[in-house]
Design a protein around this ligand. Sequence first.
Ligand code: ZN
Length: 214
Amino acid sequence: MQAKRILRQAPLRFSPYAWAKLLYMRDLGSTEVGAFGVSKVIEEIVLVRQHCSELTVKFEDSAVADYFDDQVDQGRSPEVFARIWVHTHPGSSAFPSSTDEETFERCFGTADWAVMFILARGGNTYARLRLSGGPGVELVLPVEVDFRLPFPAAAPLAWEAEYQTKVIHHEAPAPVPRPNRLSSNSAREELLLLDPFQGIGLHPLRQSNYDPWF
Ligand SMILES: [Zn+2]
């Protein structure tokens, strides 16, 4: 109980710079946008090359590898740059979709801790911490922007350039799956093998995992 109380008192914190950049990215296009949050108090939002629709974000596998290499070259450890998964929702709900839950489990489930953070248009937020040690703990966190630390000025030109080079728009996947593909065992096996961080993967089963909150 004490550990839970301590964790509740520790919100997910953004620097004003990172928060402003994330809002800017959210509102540049009509799709979701994904990023990594850097450091425990999030001071930077880093986009990697990604394929986005209004319902999905998929990072390119090679782009994630390059991002990891760059961060390690800058002397950072995975605890600092690879634990906080950030993405936006173009709708008003920040509640995670089933695809979000699957991605969080598949790509961050082996980390000792990880955070899924969602920012919706209109300002709703959702942050959840997962601790993998022992029985495992999942906690919904409050979110704060911390103005006490020094922070750099907004850089909209650089942010837009980053967005334009990293975000590839796609039409939203159709919410109704095709029944003939749904019943196929091979299609199910294909889904199990699918890495949500690789390619655009508009798989018929994935199409059924659209966010019902939009
Ligand atoms: Zn989502």
